[in-house]
Design a protein around this ligand. Structure first.
Ligand code: DOR
Ligand code: ZN
Length: 429
C-alpha cells in the first residue's frame, strides 16, 4: 500500500545532514521527499520524534535453514531481523546441507521465496561441506544467485585453496568472507585463553588462532593484489594488522560484531555458556582497540554474526555448549548505547556501519534514501529505554547475555520494498 512517512527526521548519509521531510512511498518506490506531503487514500505513518534511516543490512547471519530449524528458520530469522530494523541480511552457508552446490542453493532460495519477509541473500560455501579440502563451483553458485563466498564457522587451513577461492570470488566481483581461525591454536578451547579460562579451569583458545590467520590472509591479499573481507574481528592485534594493511594499500575490509565491542570475557562468570562465542569474547583492551578501529575507519562495518541456538544446547556446560550469540534484534540498541551515546560515532557513521558499508560489500544498489530509490527503510526511536525480556525476542535463539539488561533504542517500523514488514505492535504482514 502507498504511504506517507510524516514528520520524521531523515538521516541522509549522502550529505551528512539531518533532513526534516516527509517521504511518499508509491508503487513500492520512494516517489517524493518533501517538507510537507499530503495525499488522500494513503496510509500515514507518524514518524514525529523518530529518525528515518536506510534499512539496516547485515552481511553475516545464521538463519539455520535448511537443517537446524529448531534453532532458527528463514521465517523466524527474517522476522527477528525486521524487528531489529534490518531490510537485508546475508545468510551463512553452514546449514544442513551446506550451501555448497546449486541443488542446495536452490533449496534455500525456495525457502527464502516462501518465507522471508525481508531480503535474504545467500552466501555460498567456499569448500564442499565447509571441510576445507575441495572447492565448490563458485562460478556456478554465483550464476545461481550467491552474494558472497564463505566457509564461516570453519577456517580454510590450506593457503592454496584460500588463494584459489579468493581469486575466483574477486573475478566474479563478490566478497570472500573469511572466518579466521588457525586450528592449530584452538586447542579444544571454548573461551578466550586468559584470566577467565584460568579461573574457571577450562581450556582457552589462544588469540594466535585469530591473529595468525588474519596475518596469513592479509599477506595473501598483498602478495597477489586480491580483496579479502575478514569476518568478526575481535583482537587488538588483528585491528592493528588490518589498520597497517589498509595504510599500505592492501585491499582488506572487515566487520566487527556488537558483542565484541560491548562485552568482555568476564561476563562468562555470570552467564556461562550464553557468553560462549567464536571468536570468543575478549578483554577491555581488545574492546578499546576495536573502538579505535571503528573511529579511524579500520573497521568497515558492524555485522551481528547472529548465531541462534536452542535453550537446551546453551544450558550445557562451557565445554559442551555450541558457540554463538543471538544478536540480530539487538545490534541497533547495543550500538546506540556503546558507540553513539558515548560520542564515539555520530548517527551518520552509525548508519554507514550498519547499512551503507555492508550494502557496498554485498554489491547492492539500495544504499540511501533518495527519490526513485528502493523503499527499504527503518523508523527508529533512539531514546526509548527498556529492560530486555526473553519474551521480547522474536528469534528462536534466546541466547543473548542482554536479557535482563537495560537497553536504549527501538525500531518502530521496518519497510521493505515499500511494504511494512514490522511495526512495533504487529509483525510480518
Ligand atoms: O559463534 C559462532 N557461531 N561463530 C561462528 O563462527 C559460527 C557460529 C554458528 O554457526 O553458530
Ligand atoms: Zn558466523
Amino acid at each position: 500500500m502507498d504511504m506517507i512517512i510524516k514528520g520524521g527526521t531523515i538521516v541522509d548519509c549522502a550529505s551528512d545532514r539531518l533532513i526534516k521531510s516527509d517521504i511518499y512511498i508509491k508503487d513500492q518506490k520512494i516517489f517524493e521527499i518533501d517538507e510537507e506531503i499530503n495525499e488522500k487514500g494513503v496510509e500515514v505513518i507518524d514518524a514525529k520524534g523518530y529518525f528515518v534511516i536506510h534499512g539496516l543490512v547485515d552481511a553475516h547471519v545464521h538463519f539455520r535453514e535448511p537443517g537446524y530449524e529448531y534453532k532458527e528458520t528463514i521465517k523466524s530469522g527474517s522476522l527477528a531481523a525486521a524487528k531489529g530494523g534490518y531490510t537485508t541480511v546475508a545468510v551463512m552457508p553452514n546449514t544442513n546441507p551446506v550451501i555448497d552446490s546449486v541443488e542446495h542453493l536452490n533449496l534455500l532460495k525456495e525457502i527464502i521465496k516462501r518465507d522471508a519477509c525481508i531480503n535474504v541473500l545467500p552466501i555460498g560455501a567456499a569448500t564442499i561441506e565447509e571441510k576445507g579440502y575441495q572447492l565448490t563451483d563458485i562460478e556456478k553458485l554465483f550464476k545461481n544467485g550467491i552474494y558472497g563466498v564463505s566457509d564461516d564457522g570453519q577456517p580454510i587451513m590450506d593457503k592454496k585453496l584460500m588463494k584459489e577461492a579468493t581469486i575466483t570470488s574477486n573475478n566474479l566481483g563478490i566478497p570472500i568472507m573469511i572466518h579466521s581461525e588457525d586450528k592449530r591454536y584452538v586447542n579444544n578451547g571454548c573461551i578466550n585463553e586468559g584470566k577467565i579460562s584460568d579461573r574457571l579451569g577450562v581450556k582457552g583458545i589462544s588469540r594466535k588462532a585469530e591473529n595468525n590467520m588474519i596475518a596469513r590472509d592479509i599477506e595473501l591479499a598483498k602478495e597477489f593484489d586480491l580483496s579479502v573481507h575478514i569476518c568478526h574481528v575481535s583482537t587488538r592485534e588483528a585491528i592493528e594488522m588490518i589498520r597497517n594493511a589498509k595504510g599500505s594499500g592492501v585491499k582488506v575490509t572487515c566487520e566487527v560484531a556488537p558483542h565484541h565491542f560491548s562485552i568482555t570475557e568476564d561476563i562468562i562468570i555470570e552467564k556461562q555458556s550464553i557468553g560462549k562465542v567464536n571468536p570468543p569474547l575478549r578483554t577491555e583492551a581488545d574492546i578499546q582497540a576495536i573502538i579505535e578501529g571503528i573511529k579511524d575507519g579500520t573497521v568497515d562495518m558492524i555485522a551481528t554474526d547472529h548465531a541462534p541456538h536452542s535453550k537446551e544446547e546453551k544450558l550445557k556446560d562451557l565445554e559442551q555448549a555450541p558457540f554463538g550469540l543471538s544478536g540480530i534484534e539487538l545490534a541497533l540498541p547495543v550500538t546506540n548505547i556503546n558507540l553513539l551515546n558515548k560520542g564515539i560515532i555520530d548517527i551518520f557513521k552509525m548508519v554507514r556501519l550498519l547499512s551503507i558499508n555492508p550494502s557496498k560489500l554485498l554489491g547492492l544498489k539500495d544504499r540511501g534514501i533518495y527519490k526513485e530509490g528502493i523503499a527499504d527503510l527503518a523508523i527508529i526511536d533512539l531514546d526509548s529505554e527498556y529492560t530486555l525480556k526473553e519474551e521480547n525476542l522474536i528469534s528462536k535463539g534466546k541466547n543473548t547475555p542482554y536479557i535482563g539488561e537495560k537497553l536504549k533504542g527501538k525500531v518502530k517500523y521496518t519497510i521493505v520494498n515499500g511494504e511494512i514488514v514490522y511495526r512495533e505492535d504487529k509483525q510480518c504482514l
